[in-house]
Design a binder for this molecule. Structure first.
Ligand SMILES: [Zn+2]
Length: 132
């Protein structure tokens, strides 16, 4: 597995259990962060990275079986979590007053919300077609 393969893979926040997305650090190690909890997790050890890889692979195996209504509920929950995060960031001040870094974060959240919405729509449509 290439280090780039970790990018975008889901990893649950150990505190709030929200599905985070793995990113690649400048040192070419996977990491992720939960904006809501304000934590960052870096995977630095070779063993840790191997275990993470194993975990992702087994979760992907589960994910392919995990579809239909259960998948729709999962996507819905993820959507709620994203909207909550976005709300926390933009609550105190409007988007207009955010500094440029935070604005980038809000934009990234918006993009993810769009992505999950599209996926949810596909999921619901697939399901409707199966029932025909
Ligand atoms: Zn969290």
């Amino acid at each position: 597995m290439e280090i780039a393969d970790f990018s975008g893979k889901p990893f649950p926040c150990p505190v709030c259990n929200m599905g985070l997305r793995l990113k690649i650090s400048r040192k070419q190690k996977p990491y992720c962060m939960c904006l809501e909890c304000g934590i960052q997790i870096f995977f630095r050890g070779q063993e840790g990275i191997k275990r993470l890889h194993k975990m992702i692979r087994s979760e992907e195996a589960v994910a392919t079986e995990f579809n239909g209504p259960a998948r729709a509920v999962f996507l819905y929950n993820r959507l709620q979590g994203l909207r909550r995060q976005r709300g926390h960031l933009t609550d105190k001040q409007g988007m207009h007053f955010l500094d440029s870094d935070l604005r980038k974060v809000v934009k990234a959240l918006d993009a993810e919300i769009e992505r999950v919405l599209a996926e949810l729509e596909r999921e619901v449509k697939d399901d409707a077609e199966k029932q025909k």
